[in-house]
Design a protein. Structure first.
Length: 456
């Protein structure tokens, strides 16, 4: 909070060109705090501030910036400063940057790197998009099983500065195949002459370079890890994935699912950075599909026009009854999709979920049906709205609610399984889509029940 209050003061100092004072102030800040300040400043002042940062701090701050702001800063730096910045960036952050850059810009920046670093970038970019290989960093510390603890600690001291983390040390054989991992604390507490192989049990949880990044999220959550090793198809240790990168993936995946669930395509960039034409394109498609789907609701209503003409009060309850089915379907879809995302259920569990939602739908429908019956009864007693047909109206509303809520619950819970089975993202069965589907069938259910009581 204090640093947020200092932002206007820093902006004023930048305008007055009191740059030394600005550098002294922000030098004590954490990288995320400086990144937030840069995002809030006008572009020209943000560029000046970034140029003031020392090399190491600049690289740390750059990794936290939005891709669009990163490109803006790169456009205003000299080639030498860009080269220095790229060298200071961690390999995984550097890969993420190149992923976001247009091809020509990426090629220009690649030419600024040394041959070794260029090969490293190209190797990481060579893995499939969205794979763990794109997420990992090759900066880790590994030791041999035949080394003593004293030898291992000496090696760790030499290599620690280049490593992303040294909380976990990896044990590899002469072919660099991963054997196990050891917490640094365990090495420190062991006797110096103890062999490393005596401290391991050859049980290690590892990712493959071709694994989806979502698997890294689920494994870290399941095993409560802050870092995981990454191996190739031969079991050779090629890198590690750290929790800070996995958290970014988790946020991106959750954002994508939420946006899809809202009835639109997922945005490729942050909301404020997305151009209006792209925003319209992402939103218009699903809106059009949903609108066309709702036309079937109007068609279904038209099919029962004669019934509405004979019993006008049937139309009063259409919005309430139909909305209940859409709401119950949206609830079920949300619960099932989230359970799928967390790995709590798989496609094979569809029958268990159906049985569970069948009971839930019946009970929820009974509850809402009872409320609907009570609503018609009270309004009749208080305002005499429905005349001699009020009992038929009350039973129509109650039984229709039971049927529509049950149907909505089953549709909402089963549609994600169907989409997953067909190879689509279950999040695509968004709440608006489920609601629209239930609306059409709900009309049929409602007027079918009404025909039982009103001889339509």
């Amino acid at each position: 909070m204090l640093k947020e209050l200092l932002a206007p003061e820093i902006q004023e100092l930048l305008k007055q060109r009191r740059l030394a004072e600005v550098r002294d102030i922000v030098s004590e800040w954490e990288p995320p705090e400086v990144a937030r300040l840069l995002a809030d400043l006008p572009p020209e002042e943000g560029i000046v501030l970034f140029r003031l940062l020392p090399r190491a701090q600049a690289a740390d701050v750059f990794a936290y910036l939005d891709p669009s702001l990163q490109r803006t800063i790169l456009d205003h730096l000299t080639s030498e400063r860009i080269r220095t910045l790229l060298e200071e960036l961690d390999p995984d952050d550097r890969t993420a940057l190149f992923e976001e850059l247009p091809g020509q810009v990426a090629q220009r920046l690649l030419n600024l790197l040394s041959v070794e670093e260029r090969q490293e970038v190209l190797r990481l970019l060579g893995y499939p998009e969205g794979s763990v290989g794109r997420l990992m960093t090759p900066d880790y510390v590994a030791v041999r099983p035949h080394w003593t603890v004293e030898q291992a600690l000496r090696h760790i001291r030499r290599m620690a500065r280049r490593a992303e983390t040294i909380n976990t040390i990896y044990v590899v054989d002469d072919s660099w195949k991963l054997l196990d991992e050891i917490p640094l604390q365990k090495l420190i507490l062991a006797e110096p002459e103890t062999r490393v192989e005596s401290l391991i049990d050859y049980r290690v949880v590892a990712l493959r370079t071709t694994d989806d990044q979502e698997r890294a999220v689920s494994l870290m959550r399941e095993y409560d890890r802050t870092v995981l090793p990454v191996v190739d198809q031969d079991g050779v240790l090629v890198g590690i994935v750290t929790v800070d990168d996995v958290l970014d993936v988790a946020v991106e995946e959750a954002t994508e699912d939420i946006q899809k669930f809202g009835g639109m395509e997922a945005l490729d960039t942050p909301y404020m950075s997305t151009p209006l034409p792209q925003m319209l394109r992402k939103r218009a498609g699903w809106l059009s599909v949903l609108f066309i789907s709702e036309m079937f609701t109007a068609s279904a209503m038209a099919a029962f026009e004669h019934a509405i003409e004979r019993v006008v009060m049937l139309a009063f309850f259409v919005p309430m009854v139909i909305a209940s089915g859409g709401n119950s379907g949206s609830q079920a879809a949300t619960l099932v999709i989230r359970a799928m995302t967390l790995g709590e259920i798989t496609i094979r569990d569809w029958w268990k979920v159906m049985r569970r939602e069948l009971v839930s739908g019946l009970l929820l429908g009974t509850i809402l049906g009872a409320i609907g019956f009570l609503r018609v009864t009270l309004w009749e007693l208080l305002f005499d709205l429905y005349g001699t047909q009020w009992v038929s109206m009350a039973f129509t509303v109650a039984l229709a609610l039971m049927g529509i809520v049950l149907w909505g619950t089953l549709i909402g819970s089963m549609l994600p399984f169907l989409l997953r089975r067909l190879g689509f993202d279950p999040a695509a069965s968004s709440a608006p889509f489920v609601a629209t589907l239930v609306d059409v069938t709900g009309i049929v259910i409602y007027f079918t029940v009404a025909s039982w009581f009103f001889s339509l």
